[in-house]
Design a protein around this ligand. Sequence first.
Ligand code: IFM
Length: 460
Amino acid sequence: MSASNDHSPVSTPLPTAAAKAFPADFVWGVATSAFQIEGAHDADGKGPSIWDTFCRQPGVIADASNGDVACEHYARLDEDLDLIRDLGVQAYRFSVSWPRVRPTGDGEWNEAGLAFYERLVDGLIARGLKPYLTLNHWDLPQALQDRGGWGDRATVDRFVEYAMGIARRLGHKVVSIATHNEPWVVAQLGHEKGVFAPGLKDRRLAAQVSHHLLLSHGLAITAMRALELKASLGIVLNMAPMYPASDTDEDRAAARLEDGRLRRWYMDPLFNGRYPVDVLHDLGEDAPRVSPGDLDQIRVPIDFVGINYYSRGVISATGAFDNKTSGLELTDMGWEVYPQGLTDLLVSVHRDYPGVKRLYVTENGGAFPDPLGSDGRVHDADRTRYLDTHIAAVGDAIAQGVPMGGYMVWSLLDNFEWASGYEKRFGIVHVDYATQQRTPKDSALAYRDFVRAQLSARQD
Ligand code: IFM
């Protein structure tokens, strides 16, 4: 590992996970997204995204930072690809910045931006790594937002054009294309709560946005299918199992509705061709306008669903549950560490949606404040434990028959954690933002050694 050649191997890497069985074709990887690491916000013809704009509003980002520089990944591509290779993982999940490749969301394509992603994909392949590409990890071109963004049905068509442009250029090289990352976040945090870009607070708009995201997914999948790519095509959703805070009817009903808002709102149209009745009822007048045929377009066959899992939800009808009192370890985000929730979630998705062919954990990890020590290392035992127990939880789901395809750690690098700025560190590789020095943390070394042992066991 370039920044850690002197680091000795971890003797018993991820012991709980190592006791589980994973299929021979299971893929081990790491994940990032464009806005969170690339920087180079206006380099080589890139247009502004809604996150570039949002970060400039006072008070919206905890440390008043932005993505202008981030991890300088755009300039340090080769170094970072070497880092991934040296981790010994098989796959790298990344996203393409739409305004880097098509600055205004329509019109001219930016060859320099396309060439960057081609270099990224070719660089992965040359290092024996599998590219997992995500099209939309939230950084919509600002020019499209100026015309209504995801609230405007025309953005659906622009997204299909974007998907086709990327698929034509890179689709024959990558192994996987996901349309959207966490559409719930775009709709709810971006358009209802207003804490993420574009910072709007309008429940009806948020519901319409979620519908347009789903419609754009379905239409893009259909269009990309026609290219007969080898890449598998799917979508990535954030999910959390929702447990009632008590056994009362009220708490159980509240937990069911919360599950509806987060999971069934996306999975039901994708796999059953309808929105869940209880959530529609809850939305009332704010329910989205759905044109005839839309739901058929959304329910097109896909090859996989990626699940991003971080924690559980505990729901009480009065909103009274305080996770600080649960006694569970909390990450630096204040999220409970609850690996059993990942098993429960994967098992429930498999049970409730038999149409799902393959599931991936496309993101999982924890923010912990572990600093760089005086020995030049980061002894992040908390993150290492988090990975160990959550990978083991995936193993438990596999033992219960869930068709799992792979697991990707969030994240390769410490990076821009949206409204939390650079204050929260999810990386298994530490980034010193003053020097851009990358230092693999103990968790990276443990994951490296765990993956190495998994892969070598396959050859026996
Ligand atoms: O950093 C984010 C990522 O962009 C999307 N999923 C959740 C992560 C941690 O908050």
